[in-house]
Design a protein. Structure first.
Length: 157
């Protein structure tokens, strides 16, 4: 049976480090998790200060990671990236600052690549069904309707 620390600050710090071992977290996410676990505000503030000084909580770095993830392995449109960051607790000004480096060309390339990958499967369906499904897929990923139209028209013949 694992030993439990008697000091609530030590317990809060251990819990926070355990959470960070799974994935990076924003300041807001960590605060919410610690509050939900029932730690006192004073203990939470001490732990958050420790985590920030150690560089373990850094919203700017997390926003950059999420942007890289959203343009690489999981292509998302501008609105999709914005919503992903917002759900993860990144502040709106930081989201906009991070997205300022995301150009329309990058978004178009991501939409086209995604549409081409999905079109291979959708070519087995009637054109109308394939268009509707591809449109919905791109829309759920946060691409603009103009970009969706362009992508759908280029891959569904």
């Amino acid at each position: 049976m694992p030993r439990r620390p008697k000091d609530p600050r030590t317990a809060a710090r251990s819990y926070a480090l355990k959470l960070l071992s799974y994935r990076s977290r924003s300041r807001k996410e960590m605060l919410d998790k610690l509050r939900t676990k029932g730690f006192e505000n004073e203990d939470i503030n001490v732990v958050m200060e420790f985590l920030e000084k150690a560089g373990l909580i850094n919203d700017k770095e997390l926003a950059s990671e999420l942007l890289s993830y959203s343009t690489g392995s999981k292509p998302l449109g501008r609105n999709g990236i914005r919503m992903l960051m917002f759900k993860r607790g990144i502040d709106k000004p930081l989201i906009e600052e991070t997205l300022s480096g995301h150009t329309a060309d990058m978004e178009e390339k991501a939409a086209m690549e995604f549409a081409e990958r999905r079109s291979r499967v959708l070519n087995n369906y009637p054109e109308k069904v394939a268009r509707r499904r591809l449109w919905a897929m791109l829309q759920r990923r946060g691409f603009s309707s103009d970009l969706i139209r362009k992508a759908v028209d280029s891959v569904i013949c």
